[in-house]
Design a protein around this ligand. Structure first.
Ligand SMILES: [Zn+2]
Length: 466
C-alpha cells in the first residue's frame, strides 16, 4: 500500500503537474507557527496537527520556509511570513504587504477554532503551492464565524446521538469526530465500517496512528476518540447490516467515499441524513435533509453518472477483475485470493478488508493518475477531509437546533482553498429522475418504516420516536 508521503506526492503531482521527484522535494517544505495568548496558542496547536500531515512543522529557530504568526508579529526571519488573528469573530490571515486587523482578545467556540485551523492550513499550503493559485487568493483571507453560522449557543447545545449511526470511518469521519470532541454529545453513537486502516489513510486521518494499521477503522475510532459523555460503539460491517440488525436507522451521518455507496445508504431508508464528501482536493460538499422533504435525498445529490462506469471499468481493467468485483469496493477473502493469483507477490492476508482503490493506486502507479479512475482515487490533503468532517459536525449542530428547517434539504459546496462564503449553503431541490425518491413506491416504503413521522395520521411527529 502507498505510504502517507506517497499519497501526498501523488495528489501534488496531479494538482501542480509535477514529476514524482519534484513532488517529493516540494513535500520537504517546512513551516513554523508562532502565537501568543490562549486563543492564539490553541489555534497554533490545531494548525500544526492538520498541516503537519502534509508538510513538516518545525520550530522558529529551525529556519522554516514560512512562518504563520498568530496574534503577534513574526518571531523569526522566514522568507515567507503570514500574519493572522483569531478571536470570537473569526480568523483573518494576510501577508505583510496587506493590512489585517487586531484581535479582539475573546475566545471563539472550540469547534469554530478547528474549522479555522483547517482553513489556516489551506492558506499555508496555498503559499506553498505558489503561482497563480496563490496570487488569486483574497487577502486578507477571512473566516467569518457569523457567515458560517457558528454561535456559542449553537456550539453549547447537548445532543443525544443514540439514534445516529456514523457511516464510514475514513478521512471525513476522522474530521467529524475530531471536531465532535468539542461538542456536548451524549448517548451511544454507532460507528460502521468494514475496512481496515491502511498506510495511505495516515496522510489525512488525525485519529489514526501507525499502531492502528491493519485494524478495523470503526474499532480504532471507538478506542482512540474520547468525547465527554458519548459512548462510541464500533460495528464491523456495512450500513445494510446495521439496518438489518436494527430494523431501521433514524439518522445516518454519512462519510463514505463513493457515490454508489451513498445511493445504497439512501435505500436503507434513514429518516434523517447528514452527509459530507470531498472531491480530491478541489471541493467539499455538505448536505442534510429530514423526511418528509420536498427537497433532494442522498440519491438525488449523488445520482449515477457516466464517469462512475468509466472509473469502474478502468479499475477492473487495471487489476484484471470484473466490474462486479470493483463495485463491492473493498477486498474480501475471495477477491484477495483472486488478486494474488493475478498479481504475484501480494500479501493475501494483508489485502483482506482493505479498499480496492488503494490497491489500484499502488499497482497502477503514476500511470493511474492519467486516467479518470486515478483522478477519482486521489487522496485529499488532511486540511480538506478534516474541513469536510468539521463542517459536518457544524451541520449536526444546525440540524439539531432546528429540525424543521432541515426538512428543506440543505446543500453546501465550497472550495476548501478559499474563504467560506455566506451564500454557499442553499436549498437543493429533488431530482426528477432520482433513482430513489422519484419512485412513489420507495416513498411509501419509507413512510411505512417511519409511521410516527411520515404516516398519514394528523398527530404530527413524536419526539420520542427513535
Ligand atoms: Zn432523491
Amino acid at each position: 500500500m502507498l505510504t502517507p508521503e506517497q499519497e501526498n506526492a501523488r495528489t501534488l503531482m496531479k494538482l501542480m503537474g509535477l514529476s514524482e521527484d519534484e513532488a517529493v522535494q516540494k513535500l520537504k517544505w517546512r513551516v513554523a507557527i508562532s502565537a501568543t495568548g490562549s486563543a492564539g496558542e490553541r489555534l497554533a496547536l490545531l494548525i500544526k496537527q492538520v498541516v503537519g500531515l502534509t508538510v513538516e512543522v518545525v520550530a522558529i529557530e529551525d529556519q522554516p520556509d514560512l512562518e504563520f504568526a498568530i496574534n503577534r508579529p513574526p518571531a523569526g526571519q522566514a522568507p515567507l511570513q503570514i500574519l493572522a488573528t483569531i478571536d470570537a469573530q473569526g480568523m483573518v490571515a494576510w501577508s505583510p504587504s496587506n493590512s489585517g486587523r487586531a484581535p479582539a482578545g475573546d475566545m471563539p467556540p472550540d469547534v469554530a477554532m478547528k474549522i479555522a485551523a483547517c482553513y489556516a492550513a489551506g492558506y499555508i499550503l496555498s503559499e506553498w503551492r505558489g503561482g497563480e493559485h496563490c496570487a488569486a487568493l483574497p487577502r486578507p483571507f477571512t473566516v467569518d464565524f457569523a457567515k458560517l453560522g457558528i454561535t456559542p449557543a449553537l456550539a453549547n447545545q447537548a445532543i443525544d446521538m443514540s439514534a445516529s449511526v456514523l457511516v464510514g470511518g475514513g478521512g471525513v469521519a476522522n474530521g467529524f469526530l475530531w471536531a465532535a470532541e468539542e461538542l456536548l454529545l451524549t448517548g451511544r453513537l454507532l460507528i460502521v465500517d468494514p475496512k481496515t486502516v491502511s498506510k495511505g489513510n495516515l496522510n489525512r486521518c488525525l485519529l489514526f496512528t501507525e499502531a492502528d494499521l491493519g485494524e478495523n477503522k470503526a474499532e480504532v475510532l471507538a478506542r482512540n476518540v474520547r468525547i465527554g459523555n458519548l459512548e462510541l460503539v464500533p460495528f464491523v460491517g456495512s450500513f445494510d447490516a446495521v439496518v438489518r440488525a436494527r430494523q431501521r436507522v433514524k439518522q445516518a451521518i454519512v462519510t463514505v467515499d463513493s457515490r454508489a455507496a451513498r445511493r445504497v445508504i439512501q435505500n436503507g431508508l434513514p429518516l434523517e441524513v447528514l452527509d459530507a464528501s470531498t472531491t480530491d482536493v478541489t471541493s467539499v460538499v455538505v448536505h442534510s435533509h429530514a423526511q418528509p422533504t420536498d427537497g433532494a435525498c442522498l440519491a438525488c445529490i449523488y445520482k449515477h453518472n457516466p464517469a462512475e462506469d468509466e472509473r469502474e471499468l478502468s479499475i477492473a481493467e487495471g487489476l484484471g477483475i470484473s466490474v462486479a468485483e470493483v463495485k463491492q469496493d473493498f477486498i474480501d477473502a475471495t477477491l484477495a485470493r483472486k488478486l494474488c493469483g493475478i498479481h504475484p507477490g501480494l500479501d493475501e492476508a494483508a489485502l483482506i478488508n482493505t479498499q480496492l482503490t488503494s490497491l489500484y493506486k499502488q499497482l497502477c502507479g503514476a500511470q493511474s493518475l492519467l486516467t479518470n479512475a486515478g483522478e477519482q482515487a486521489l487522496a485529499p490533503f488532511a486540511f480538506v477531509s478534516n474541513l469536510a468532517g468539521a463542517l459536518l459536525a457544524l451541520e449536526l449542530l444546525k440540524f439539531s437546533a432546528d429540525r424543521e428547517a432541515a426538512t428543506q434539504s440543505h446543500y453546501l459546496t465550497l472550495d476548501p482553498w478559499r474563504p467560506p462564503h455566506k451564500l454557499a449553503r442553499r436549498v437543493y431541490g429533488r431530482a426528477a429522475d432520482c433513482g430513489f425518491c422519484a419512485d412513489p413506491a420507495n416513498l411509501s416504503v419509507l413512510a411505512s418504516v417511519w409511521p410516527e413521522w411520515l404516516g398519514s395520521g394528523d398527530d404530527g411527529p413524536s419526539e420520542a420516536a427513535a
